[in-house]
Design a protein around this ligand. Sequence first.
Ligand SMILES: *Cc1c(COP(=O)(O)O)cnc(C)c1O
Length: 390
Amino acid sequence: MSEPRVPMLDLRAQHAAIADEIAAALARVVASQRFVAGPEVASLEQAVATYCETDHAVACGSGSDALLLSLMDHGIGPGHKVICPAFTFFATAGAVARLGAEPVFADVDPDGLTLSVDSVKRAIDRAGRPDAIIAVHLFGRVAAMDELLALAGALGVPIIEDAAQSIGARDSAGLRAGSRGDGGCLSFYPTKNLGAYGDGGMILCRDAARADRLRVLRNHGATSPYQHDVSGINSRLDAIQAAVLLAKLPHLDAWTAARQGNAAAYQDALSVAGAGIGPGPFVGLGLPIRLPSAPPRPASHVFHQYVIRVPTEDRSALRAHLAREGVDTAIYYPIALHRQPCFAGLRGGIPSLPESEAAARECLALPVHAELGKDQQARVVAGLCEFFAR
Ligand SMILES: *Cc1c(COP(=O)(O)O)cnc(C)c1O
C-alpha cells in the first residue's frame, strides 16, 4: 500500500476538529428557520469588523460580489478605467469588466507578487488617470498600501483592497488587510483561510455612510421595502454560512499560526538544501528554486498559498515527479490576466508586463494548510530535493 497523498488542502481534517461546534451552529439556524440575513449575519459582520480592526463590515454572497459591490459604490461603469494587477485570480478584473468598465493592467513586484507602485505610475502615463485602483493582497501578503494610498490620494482616486486571500494579514504599518482602503473585500469560499460551507463574502470599510450604501446595493438597491432609489443586485449571505463562520473565526489565529509555522519549516529545510529566498536569478544555487520572502515586522504573511518559483523548463516535470511521490501541488495562476483571451480587445492595447508573465511561468504552490503533518511536509521537501538531485 502506498502512503496517502499529501493534499493541497484537508478540509475534512479541519472539520473533524470542530465538528461539534459546527453541528451546534447549524442546529441553531435550523431551529430559528431564519435562513437569509438575520442575527447570525449581523453577529458575523460585527465579529469580522472587530477581527479586521475596522469599523464596518457588510456581508454579501461571495468575494466576487464584494468586489462588484465596492466598484458599484464608487460609481464605476462604462467609460471608466480601473487599474489592477495582471497576476491575480480572474475575479479581480472580472468585476471591473462585468460593470462595463475597462481593466487597466499593471505589473507586480517580483518579491511580494503584489501591485508594483512603479508599474501603476506607468499605467497612468499610458492610459490616463484611472477611476479606481484595486490592490490585491495575493497569497496572503499585503500590497504596499502606504505607497498606493499616497499615490491614489494625490490623484483623488479610491483604492479597493482585494483581501480575499489575506484575512488577518498585516501591512507594513501593522494594519490589517482590507482595513485601509475605500472597501476591503473578503471571500469566504471554502478553500480560503476562513472558509464557509458554501459561498460568502464581505466588504470592510471605515465610513458608516459607505456601509449603509453597500447594504442598500446588496439588497436590490432597496432603501426601504419595495422602494428602490438606486438599482442594486441580490447578494446575500446565508445564515447557515454566517453561523459556520462564527464558529470558525475563533480558530483562525491558530490556523494562521500553523500555516506560518509550515512556511518557516519549508524555509529552514529548503534553504539548507540551497534554495534562494526572494526574487533573483536561479543560477548558482544548490536547489534552483526561490522561496517566498516573509515581509519584515510589523507586516505579516498569512500564507494562503506557499508559492515557490521554479525555472520555467523544470516546472511541469517537477510537478509530475511530486505527483508520482504522492504530493499534490497547484499552479496559481498559469495565465496572466492581460494575456486572457477575453481581454484581448482592450483599447489601450496589451502591454508587456514581464513580472506577471514570469510569475505565471514559474510559480508553484506547495501544501501549507494548517493540518499538514510534519511527516507529510518532509515528503514534500524530499520530493523536491530528489527531483533536482537527478
Ligand atoms: C477567491 C478570490 C476572489 C473571489 O472570491 P469568491 O468568493 O470565490 O467569489 C477574488 N479575488 C481573489 C484574489 C481571490 O482569491
